[in-house]
Ligand binder design. Structure first.
Ligand code: AMP
Length: 143
């Protein structure tokens, strides 16, 4: 299973924020859309990613105010992307080794989706269920 298969089952919208937006406004968007991270985009393209963990560690624990802090000051600028033809297994390995839960998907330089660890886990479970079902059918028919 590859990233493109999983994106087919998701809304095509990738929620993003401007680097100059306040952390508070970004959190409002994340709450409204029920998501844990947003991609940070300027005129040139993706410049970062901001997740709930950044809020916890870079804002709350550092005593900053979410209404007076810009997203660009607390985001991760070094974004790791995946491609639509990458396998879900590769994505899970990346998320596990780098300890993050979101992977923006890029194709020919454009942002075409965002894969979360939840999407990946769901896809792997459904693939395994399918294999079990096939094996059960095979065993039953063989008997
Ligand atoms: P998360 O587990 O996704 O909430 O993110 C944990 C940390 O990794 C935060 O500092 C995020 O900004 C960062 N992060 C999340 N996804 C990515 C990514 N694809 N590339 C680089 N950093 C990321």
């Amino acid at each position: 299973m590859i990233v493109r298969d999983v994106l087919k089952g998701k809304s095509a919208t990738v929620w993003s924020v401007d680097p100059g937006m306040t952390v508070y406004a970004a959190l409002e968007l994340m709450a409204a859309k029920d998501i844990g991270a947003v991609v940070v985009v300027d005129d040139e393209g993706v410049v970062g990613i901001f997740s709930e963990r950044d809020y916890a560690r870079q804002v709350i624990l550092k005593g900053k105010s979410s209404r007076h802090t810009q997203v660009c000051d607390v985001m991760t600028a070094d974004v790791v992307f995946v491609q639509p033809d990458d396998s879900i297994e590769h994505c899970m390995q990346l998320m596990t080794s780098k300890r993050f839960r979101h992977l923006p998907v890029q194709e020919d330089g454009s942002l075409i989706g965002l894969l979360s660890i939840g999407d990946a886990v769901k896809a792997v479970i459904s693939e395994k269920e399918h294999i079990i079902h096939e094996l059960e059918s095979y065993i039953t028919s063989a008997g």
